[in-house]
Design a protein around this ligand. Structure first.
Ligand code: CP
Ligand code: NVA
Length: 306
């Protein structure tokens, strides 16, 4: 594994390897054990879109690993004035030990990886959000498997309700790769692509695509949702109308298994994709999921940059 551009770059073993390191790094933090394994290394962090969690968790993560995270906004880089990905990748590879990129087009992170000589981590594109899904799966493991409630991911069902966009794509690939049953419900017009449906069809009996939310949520152990309008999508009123029934609320929770957990990558729009009531009831898990971004990403950086 040279880069993390999308969940499909990872095998099941890679993912479990990341969990093992992430859990170890999490316990180092809890026990205040220093772990400067990326001493003197620098991660460039290119942000073409906004961020709270990704920016802070990568920068703090590099600091905790003994290195430095360098925030590079589109406004400050010549990239924002039209310099090519090719020239940027060639140049930054001379200074940095790794780069994290948050942008629109998946092709831009793929091109950077192809032309540069350093590991590239996708910090979110329209196509994928692998760092988020690693944290999500780590959270599922902590709450459902490490607690002894279930033996493995194979016994669990994850259901995603919402837009067929970056989070849906990465949850489908990541969830199925670790062995979970995955169901997705999107409204008509906002469905996952055929590429994702084809990926799901390689896991017979494990994947369900539906327009009906209750059908998708039936007996789910993990319910996940995301905003109705992502960064870069400004057809907000049309989306609010199309997604109005695609919400995790008390009524939908009745379809899920008793004791089901709820995840949200955040930021959340409460009383749109998730009711305030359900958010409050599940916020401990949701904020643990946000914390796990830090640990999972540190594990990815250790794997790619040492
Ligand atoms: N979940 C997530 O990626 O959050 P940010 O947009 O705040 O980075
Ligand atoms: N789908 C959302 C995720 C934010 C973390 C977006 O792309 O804006």
């Amino acid at each position: 594994m040279k880069h993390l551009l999308k969940m499909a770059d990872l095998t099941k073993d890679d993912i479990f390897d990341i969990f093992e390191t992430a859990e170890k790094l999490k316990s180092y933090n809890k026990n205040k054990i220093e772990h400067p394994v990326l001493k003197n290394k620098t991660l460039g962090m290119i942000f073409i879109k906004s961020s709270t969690r990704t920016r802070v968790s990568f920068e703090v993560g590099m600091h905790q690993l003994g290195g430095k995270g360098l925030f590079l906004s589109a406004n400050d880089l010549q990239l924002g004035r039209g310099e090519s990905i090719y020239d940027t990748a060639k140049t930054l590879s001379r200074y940095l030990d790794g780069v994290m990129i948050r942008t629109y087009a998946q092709k831009d992170v793929e091109d950077f990886a192809e032309h540069g000589d350093i590991p590239v981590i996708n910090g979110l594109t329209d196509y994928a959000h692998p760092c988020q899904v690693l944290a999500d799966l780590m959270t599922v493991k902590e709450y459902k498997i490490n607690t002894g409630k279930y033996k493995s991911f194979d016994d669990l069902k994850l259901c995603f309700i919402g837009d067929g966009f970056n989070m849906a794509n990465s949850l489908i690939v990541g969830g199925l790769t670790v062995g979970m049953n995955v169901a997705v419900a999107n409204p008509k017009g906002y469905e996952i692509t055929n590429e994702m449906k084809d990926f799901g069809s390689k896991f017979p009996g494990k994947f369900l695509f539906a327009n009906d939310v209750k059908e998708a949520a039936k007996d789910a152990d993990v319910l996940v949702t995301d905003v109705w309008y992502s960064m870069g999508q400004d057809d907000i009123e049309e989306r609010k109308a199309a997604f109005k029934d695609y919400r995790i609320d008390a009524e939908l929770m009745k379809s899920a298994k008793g004791g089901a957990i709820v995840l949200h990558c955040l930021p959340a729009h409460k009383d749109e994709e998730i009711s305030s009531e359900i958010f409050s009831l599940h916020e401990n898990v949701i904020f643990e999921e946000a914390e796990n971004r830090l640990h999972a990403q540190k594990a990815v950086m250790v794997k790619l940059m040492t």
